[in-house]
Design a protein around this ligand. Sequence first.
Ligand SMILES: [Fe+2]
Ligand SMILES: [Fe+2]
Length: 341
Amino acid sequence: MSHTEKLAQQMSYPPETPQPNVYPLSWHAGTAKLEEIWDASLREAWNPKDLPWDTFNPDDYTWEEREAIAYWSTLLSVFDASAPPVFAEAFIKTYEVHEEDAVRRCFFSVTRDEQNHEQMCGLAITKLLEHPDPLTYEPKTELGRKLHRNASWLYYNGGRYWNGYKSAVPKYDLAVLFSSFLMGEIAAATIFQQMAGGCSEPVFKEAFRNIGRDEGRHMAICMALMERDYPKMDLSNKAIITKQVRAGYLFLSAVLFEPPADFWDLPDDFIEVQRAAEDVARDAGFHIPSYEQKKENWKKAMLNLKGVLDKYDIPFPAIPEVGISGQEVTDVDMDDIIPVF
Ligand SMILES: [Fe+2]
Ligand SMILES: [Fe+2]
């Protein structure tokens, strides 16, 4: 058929639009909980630029402390700066599959929130380092030089998963994606609340409190959708979820616990350097949970998720690193990774 041929001359109504068509012309309501979360996301909106930055003077800290705190923000950014495109991709999927109106809006809100989290990391790094980019920054101390190398390796590792993610999104049901998102959100909500609780610098305290609250909403979105979809879930999805949870554990451990050596491609002294930076940051009043606290957090988050998955008879993977037994999952690689926070 040529472009100039007008169908409207030949028929009263147009032919069916081939599906999936990216835009639903419909606003179906279904999950009331999601309307509540959407409203809360507007009520609780915040602007990183409006935090009490005037109370924060980086010169109160030594360069070693500044580089150590900036390193932690960089570590967070490896996850938070990849979250906006990751959720934007999932947001588009909610349109493609003609999700409920409130589901589309909730994914929009997560994308926006993650943008805020990324912005916050950027503001902190820029002020601490007096440079807007931790990779081209020229370190001023011995620790800073080692941290620069650590940051470069984190960036390299994080960069490996985007292509895998992009090919995973069309392949998997939203139901599978939710379980991957949920584990990131549970753990992120916990760590940010703890960091807010222990932080002595007002600007970071408030930022972490806001981010923790945002992550709590993200968690609630995933839970509401799981409650909606899991009872009628396709059986074949269950095995994929088990594997995804193991993959998510390996990936997110880098920020929420410590990066597992067989999965993350990192230099031998990586952990030693990171721990040294964490000590310096902690002593400067920037509260980073200790190894034991992180382990405890991560274990609790995993058990929390296990509780949810158990309800729907989805086998949980073994996570021997934090003492959780379950189904053995061995063949995980970067292409399997979906989780973000
Ligand atoms: Fe986030
Ligand atoms: Fe999140």
